[in-house]
Design a protein around this ligand. Sequence first.
Ligand code: GBH
Length: 461
Amino acid sequence: KTLTDVELARQFPATFLWGAATASYQIEGATREDGRSLSVWDEFAATPGKVAGGDTGDIALDHYHLMPEDVKLMKQIGLDAYRFSIAWPRILPDGRGKVNEKGLDFYDRLVDTLLAHNIRPFATLYHWDLPLTLHQQGGWLNRDTAYAFADYAEIVVKRLGDRVADWTTHNEPWCAAYLGYGIGIHAPGLKDRQSALVAGHHLLLSHGLAVPCIRAHSGATAQVGISLNFTPAYPADDSPETQRDLARYDAFSTRWFLDPLYRGSYPEHLFEALELTPPPIQPGDMEIIATPIEFLGINNYSRAVVIGQPTPPLADQCQMLSPVPGACYTDMAWEIYPQALTDLLVRLHHEYHVPALYVTENGAAFADTWNGDDCVEDAGRTDYLRRYIQAGARAIEQGAPLRGYFTWSLMDNFEWAEGYSKRFGIIYIDYPTQRRIIKDSGRWYANLISDFHAMTQQQAE
Ligand code: GBH
């Protein structure tokens, strides 16, 4: 049953945080300004055939210059928190060594502007824009990159840690490893499945190495986490083949990164199921990776439906049912299935005992159009958000420690290999003029947040 917005707001505890998320390369532009060096995504996007329409992040939404206006929009929507990422090549043009103060200055201004508007900053240290110089030294295939990342984390936290309490090391290392090194649809565009395992291990190691650096240089309240992408898998039927393939797919898509972080080991049989050899794990690595963290970030958009095969397929090549008869899809052809978010949060609570969870990304791409006035109708997105937020409430009811929700995304942006063709924002961007228009879904979200605050205010009185 659908709740009214006030009823929906009432499902959440008073301390719940409502936010929106973005990432540096997807919004900032100004890729050659103030000492920023290039990242693997600058090079990838400049390579013909890699990104739809030949789009690049060169200008993007020009957030680097329009940041104050964008923070005002966040305030207008009433966000409690804003999740953004920091571009490593702005801070360390060579990936390590000499610090570029102007790069740090930008995030310093962003954080101060957020705090002046009473918006809590959630900073992500890595959302895929690896400095090109590090890539030329092997990138995530080189173990040294993990140590360079910990040094970079320390530099950033030393500068912002007096004002930023909430830190995420990585965004979706699964994507960085598998899409970037395994199948090459993301930067740096390598197509070698074995390399994906190596990159994945070094990404995990870099996370574990960075955690104590962040704590050491941040205020006493530092909350450190990581964001993983989850596409929960369901069986298409109840055959034993389907059960078997489902378990293989789950190990690859969900547990590859989750198990090392929370159980200190890779899923049993993962490497056999991929027909690959284990990555180079040195003594002590798994302990470093499993260093306790304060929260887990959940990025969830959709689900997968697995159909078993007569002979077991490679774990990353399981057969999916698509389209699911009767199901609804977004513009990314991702199925809308809010129950998967409830199931996932409850599973992480029961099976992994994660002490705190945030939804760090959830949202929908739709082909929005703007006809020149001050509104954009996107009823499909509002409906999507309402249903997924309600799914979050159901997980809380079942005991999941969900502390906040960040929608993806604050604004339409550079959707990686899809370029600007896919719009995820609750704010519309008219790219030729850089005009921002709050969509109907953004107005709806603003109302939900204000209903929520009216309720908590009342409870306090
Ligand atoms: C996130 O990636 C990113 O963090 C963010 O930057 C991006 O803009 C946003 O989501 C929207 O894409 O291929 O049907 O099996 C999400 C990437 C999406 C990767 C789901 C795995 C599996 C769906 N993930 N995808 S499917």
